[in-house]
Ligand binder design. Sequence first.
Ligand SMILES: C[S@@+](CC[C@H](N)C(=O)[O-])C[C@H]1O[C@@H](n2cnc3c(N)ncnc32)[C@H](O)[C@@H]1O
Length: 212
Amino acid sequence: MEDPETDFLCGLLELQYGLPVQDSLKRCAQHVPWARGWPEDIKSFWNAEAFMWGHKIDTRIRKIIEDELQFLAGGTNLDIGCGAYSYIPSVGLDVSEKMLEFNERLTQRVVGNLEGFLPFADECFDSVTAILVLNYVWDYGKLFLEVRRVLRPKGIFMIVLYRGKINEWQRRQQVHDFSGKKWSLLLKEAEFTVKRYTKEGLMFLRGEKGIN
Ligand SMILES: C[S@@+](CC[C@H](N)C(=O)[O-])C[C@H]1O[C@@H](n2cnc3c(N)ncnc32)[C@H](O)[C@@H]1O
């Protein structure tokens, strides 16, 4: 083995082209600190995805989301599960340090897990965005409570989910595929006032925190 990291990255490319390299790649991952446990370990899985993230989401989709989120751009935004791309300047939190590294719109990078507590003080953000991420989070109930806690009164929680078929590789990580109606209900139960709409295969949920 020459350089395990280079071998691993080349193997990821081969996998993209459908070559049957998964078993050898798995062995190779054991020698790369940020990929150990790939693809089962979620941190390693998303670290590996980070290298090609720029090509994985259509620029048209990016533009629609970006336009919809502009109304939040003047405030302090926390982007949870920000990946390698944030749509407005944000404090970014993600389980993958590689995703954070490649994200150029972040004012602060925080490695963290959305299944736990958010490492921020109460009421310190004007808005929180969760873009193409909630379908990967088991304990969304706890996360909603945490989002409420870090949002200022009347703060906005903006969720975006893709309604089309996501690629098979990423679908392996998905833990829920709820309808828009169900997500609205869950947000209402977490005491957000909810407005839901769709645009070009994307579902937007805008939750507002009350003043209590
Ligand atoms: C499909 S990507 C979306 C990234 C970005 N929001 C975008 O629109 O391009 C999902 C992101 O959620 C992150 N993620 C998944 N599960 C997570 C968890 N439990 N805690 C923190 N981040 C997580 C992944 O690392 C990945 O960056």
